[in-house]
Design a protein around this ligand. Structure first.
Ligand SMILES: Cc1cc2nc3c(=O)[nH]c(=O)nc-3n(C[C@H](O)[C@H](O)[C@H](O)COP(=O)(O)O)c2cc1C
Length: 394
C-alpha cells in the first residue's frame, strides 16, 4: 500500500502487517494489524507522528521518501513509547541528523532507556504545549496510562485531527477508514478489552479532556482512521464507564464432560430467559475474544475440574485474566468437579482474591452430576438470572 493523504498535507505513511499472528507474545491477531504513522507538513516544518514496529523501518522510510526526504523531518512525535510505535525511532534518528524527538517527560525517560536517544535530541512537552509547523499547529495532550505511563495525544489544531496512538485503536490490517469497516466497533471493543479496560479510570479522564475539542478525524496508530469520531467516542464512554448488559460470559474447561454438561445446562436456561450468553471453551482460547466480551458482561461463570490438587491450569489462566483485565462484571459463579477431593473452586477463588465480584455461589460435582447437583445448578441459575436482570426484590 502506498501513502494516503488523509487531508491536504497530512499523509499516512504507516505499515499494514497482514501476516502478524500474535501481539505482545499473548494476544492472537486474527486480522493482522497496522502500525500507523502520519507525516504532517507545515509551510516551514514537518512532523512525523508515531513510527512503526521494528522490522518495518525500511518500508516507513520508503513511504516518507515518496513525499519528502526523510532527512528533512523536523519533529518525530512519540505519543507512546511501546516498540510497535516507536521501534523505528533509532533508525530514523540515524538517517536524519536534525529531527528532535517530541515526548512527555516520562516518554523521554523511556526513550532514553529503550533507545539511548541522546539528551540533545529530545524535546519534552507537557499538557497544552504547542509546536508550530507554519500554518499548522501541533498541540500535545497528556493522556497518561493509556496504556503506559508516558502516553499522550497530539491534536492538529487547524485540521481538527486527533492522533491518539493506541487509544481508539483496532488490530486490523484491512480497511482504511471506519466507514469502510462495518464491524469496526466489534474490533474496537476487543482492543479496548485487551489493552484499555484495566485503565478505564484514565480512559474516562482522557475522554473528558478531549470532550472540549472539535474533532473531525481520529487517527489512531492501529487500524482504521475515524472520519466519524462521534461513534467511537460514545462507545468508549460506555465501555470505560463500565456499562454492562444483561450478558453472562461462561468460560469452561472439561476433560471428560462433567463441567461441559453443567455449563450447557446453564447456558441453555439463561438463553431461554433472554439473557445474552457467550461460552468459551478454554481449550481453544483466544484471549482477545474473552477480553472483548468481558467489556460488557454483567456476570462471569468459570467452570473447571480439579487437576493435580488444584484447578485445571487453563481455568487458572482465565481467572488470572479476569483479575488482570479488571472487567466491570458484578457477579460470579464458580462450577467445579473432582474425582476424590474437590479443590478447583478454592484454587480459582485464590486467584480471584481481591477482585470486586459478588460470588453468587459455587457448585462442586463429585465425578459426575446427580439430581442434587442439577437442583443446585438450577437454584444458582435462577439467582444469576435475577441478579443479571437487576430483579433484586423477586
Ligand atoms: C489428569 C487428571 C488429574 C486429576 N487430578 C485430580 C485431583 O487432583 N483431585 C481430584 O479430586 N480429581 C482429579 N481428577 C479427576 C477429575 O477432577 C474428575 O474426573 C472430574 O469429574 C473431571 O471433570 P471434567 O470432565 O469436567 O473435566 C483428575 C483427572 C485427570 C484426568
Amino acid at each position: 500500500m502506498k501513502t494516503v493523504e488523509i487531508t491536504s498535507g497530512v499523509h499516512w505513511v504507516g505499515v499494514k502487517d497482514w501476516d502478524r499472528k500474535i501481539f505482545d507474545a499473548l494476544i492472537p491477531l486474527p486480522h493482522g494489524t497496522s502500525y500507523n504513522a502520519y507525516l504532517v507538513m507545515g509551510s516551514e516544518k514537518t512532523a512525523l507522528i508515531d513510527t512503526v514496529n521494528p522490522g518495518f523501518e525500511g518500508e516507513l522510510e520508503d513511504k516518507i521518501n515518496e513525499i519528502m526526504d526523510v532527512a528533512d523531518i523536523d519533529y518525530i512525535v512519540m505519543n507512546h513509547a511501546e516498540p510497535d510505535h516507536s521501534g523505528a525511532i533509532p533508525y530514523l534518528l540515524e538517517r536524519n541528523e536534525k529531527a528532535v524527538l517530541v515526548a512527555t517527560k516520562k516518554g523521554a525517560d523511556i526513550a532514553r532507556a529503550y533507545y539511548d536517544v541522546p539528551e540533545d535530541r529530545v524535546m519534552v512537552v507537557k499538557d497544552g504545549d504547542e509546536v508550530s509547523l507554519g500554518g499548522r499547529t501541533l498541540r500535545f495532550i497528556e493522556a497518561p496510562w493509556l496504556h503506559w505511563p508516558e502516553t499522550m495525544f497530539t491534536y492538529l489544531v487547524e485540521d481538527r485531527i486527533l492522533f491518539t496512538c493506541d487509544f481508539f485503536g483496532t488490530h486490523l490490517a484491512r480497511g482504511f477508514y471506519d466507514d469502510g469497516v462495518p464491524d469496526i466497533l466489534t474490533h474496537a471493543q476487543r482492543y479496548f478489552g485487551e489493552i484499555m479496560m484495566p485503565f478505564s479510570a484514565m480512559a474516562r479522564k482522557a475522554l473528558q479532556k478531549i470532550g472540549e475539542l472539535e474533532i473531525e478525524m481520529i487517527a489512531p496508530s492501529h487500524g482504521p482512521v475515524y472520519r466519524n469520531p462521534r461513534r467511537i467516542i460514545e462507545a468508549y464512554k460506555g465501555w470505560s464507564n463500565g456499562k454492562t448488559r444483561e450478558k453472562v460470559l461462561i468460560a469452561y474447561v472439561s476433560m471428560y464432560g462433567t463441567n461441559e454438561g453443567m455449563i450447557k445446562e446453564l447456558a441453555t436456561r439463561l438463553t431461554a430467559e433472554g439473557i445474552e450468553v457467550v461460552v468459551y471453551n478454554l481449550v481453544n482460547l483466544d484471549i482477545g475474544e474473552i477480553a472483548k466480551d468481558l467489556v460488557d458482561s454483567r456476570a462471569i461463570v468459570l467452570a473447571a475440574p480439579t487437576v493435580l490438587g488444584g484447578a485445571h491450569p487453563l481455568a487458572v489462566y482465565a481467572a488470572y485474566l479476569v483479575k488482570a483485565l479488571r472487567p466491570p462484571a458484578e457477579y460470579a459463579v464458580l462450577i467445579g468437579s473432582h474425582g476424590w477431593h474437590g479443590r478447583s473452586n478454592d484454587a480459582l477463588l485464590e486467584v480471584l482474591g481481591g477482585v470486586n465480584l459478588e460470588l453468587l455461589g459455587t457448585l462442586d460435582v463429585h465425578a459426575r452430576p446427580r439430581r442434587g447437583d442439577y437442583n443446585e445448578l438450577l437454584r444458582l441459575t435462577n439467582l444469576l438470572i435475577k441478579k443479571v436482570r437487576g430483579d433484586e426484590n423477586d
